[in-house]
Design a protein around this ligand. Structure first.
Ligand code: IFM
Length: 455
């Protein structure tokens, strides 16, 4: 159990500290200035799929309030801001004409970051695929791959000289499995074969986009972001161990190995049988391109048993508002395992955070559970670094409370509270703690780490 007294620790002076958001979750302005619809705009209209029947039409009004929001980011003392481009905002149909007004927004945003001394960390695909592409099969259709590459190249051409980093896809597992197998996320398809094919096309578009953006001279660091969890077997029984092996294969190795090894894990291919992806000659080589970084989003571990696959047992640990177990040591275990099993590029923790209910009192927002969650996971990151893993940065998810996909607005991940009636922002205690922690980091640059980490 991590008891995180990280007040006296010194991370490397060039470690990148940040906060993260995504376009659909905060921007609003769903059809402003020529933006086209995305699959999430469509999905939100399906009755019953969003817990509070909400949508992203208004969200945090970040499209209008971006300058104030960047002031907030800067006030935290972070180095970097991770954001995503809404593909249909800059290319309404996902192919054909680009939308100048949409690009003008992101030009303002990126220049606004630079003016405030913030490094822009750009994500190309945080799930809001243009609806027009979904009408032709979306990510299941191989024709979406060249569309994504064109879009990526256009973004790199316009913004690549000013952003520090470009991530192709955020969490391909979510797009594939939640979007196309369980269907609880957009586009709401329920087919394992579709999910597997989607994952393959995401990997392929990632590799081809990196190659194309580099070929046109873009110098930003390039990589991809995976959501990963360590998977523990519920017991030592052979059946539970086998279930854990399958879950690890389907949830982690399937996503890591094509990117880092240029192959799919043989045991998972066998498990998939007829649902295995259609892979054309050359695909795997096109997928495995050098990564400047691998982004890891970590929230929790999974504990699986043969009887109840994917059931999360919390073992008495605290759980968040999402029902997710708080398990910081899982982040250390995950990073150390990745380091042991693969040749890794530098890692960034591109998302980590928690949904909890806030206590709002006299214009103060008390969120001690979120503050402790973040502190303990920073400590867990440091522990992995001590064990030899190269981690170059950490981003809190999220800057703002926002649209939490099928959970709507009820689940709050922000370190800044958003009053959705007034759109007023209020720094929560966790934001004040993060700001003070970063202040101390700056004061300690060059000072020997003297942490009091306990596991
Ligand atoms: O809000 C999401 C984010 O969009 C992707 N990663 C997980 C977060 C919390 O569920």
């Amino acid at each position: 159990m991590f008891n995180a007294d990280i007040s006296k620790t010194a991370f490397p002076a060039d470690f990148t500290w940040g906060v993260a958001t995504s376009a659909f979750q905060i921007e609003g302005a769903a059809d402003t200035d020529g933006k086209g619809p995305s699959i999430w705009d469509d999905f939100c209209r399906v009755p019953g799929v969003i817990a509070d029947a909400s949508d992203g039409r208004q969200a945090c009004e970040h499209y209008q309030r971006w300058a104030d929001d960047l002031d907030l980011v800067a006030s935290l003392g972070v180095d970097a801001y991770r954001f995503s481009i809404s593909w249909p905002r800059v290319q309404a149909l996902g192919s054909g004409a680009f939308n100048e007004a949409g690009f003008a927004f992101y030009e303002r945003l990126v220049d606004g970051m630079l003016a405030r001394g913030l490094k822009p960390f750009l994500t190309l695909n945080h799930w809001d695929l243009p609806s027009a592409l979904q009408a032709k099969g979306g990510w299941e259709n191989r024709d979406t791959v060249p569309c994504f590459v064109d879009y990526a190249c256009e973004v790199a051409r316009r913004l690549g000289d000013r952003v520090a980093s470009i991530c192709t896809h955020n969490e391909p597992w979510v797009i594939a499995v939640l979007g196309h197998e369980s269907g609880i996320f957009a586009p709401g398809i329920k087919s394992r074969a579709a999910a597997i094919q989607v994952a393959h096309h995401l990997f392929l578009s990632h590799g081809l986009a990196l190659t194309a953006m580099r070929a046109q001279g873009c110098k930003a660091d390039m990589g991809i972001v995976l959501n990963l969890s360590p998977i523990d077997a519920a017991t030592d029984s052979a059946a539970d161990q086998a279930a854990a092996r399958r879950a690890d294969g389907a949830g982690l190795r399937w996503y890591v190995e094509p990117l880092l090894k240029g192959e799919y894990p043989a045991d998972v291919l066998q498990d998939l049988g007829a649902d295995a992806p259609r892979v054309l000659p050359g695909d795997m080589g096109n997928i495995k391109v050098p990564l400047d970084f691998l982004g890891v989003n970590y929230y929790m571990r999974s504990v699986v048993s043969a009887g109840e696959p994917w059931d999360i047992k919390t073992g008495g640990n605290e759980i968040t508002d999402m029902g997710w177990e708080v398990y910081p040591q899982g982040l250390t275990e995950l990073l150390v395992r990745l380091h042991r099993d693969y040749t890794l590029p530098p890692i960034f923790i591109t998302e980590n955070g928690a949904a909890f209910q806030d206590e709002v009192l006299d214009r103060q927002v008390h969120d001690g559970q979120r503050q402790r969650y973040i502190a303990r996971h920073i400590a867990a990151t440091l522990e992995a670094m001590r064990q030899g893993v190269r981690v170059d940065g950490y981003f809190v998810w999220s800057l703002l409370d926002n649209f939490e996909w099928s959970s709507g607005y009820a689940k709050r991940f922000g370190i800044v509270r958003v009053d959705y009636d007034t759109q007023q922002r209020m720094l929560k205690d966790s934001a004040l703690w993060y700001r003070d922690f970063l202040d101390r980091q700056r004061a300690q640059h060059g000072v020997q780490a003297t942490s009091a980490l306990e596991i």
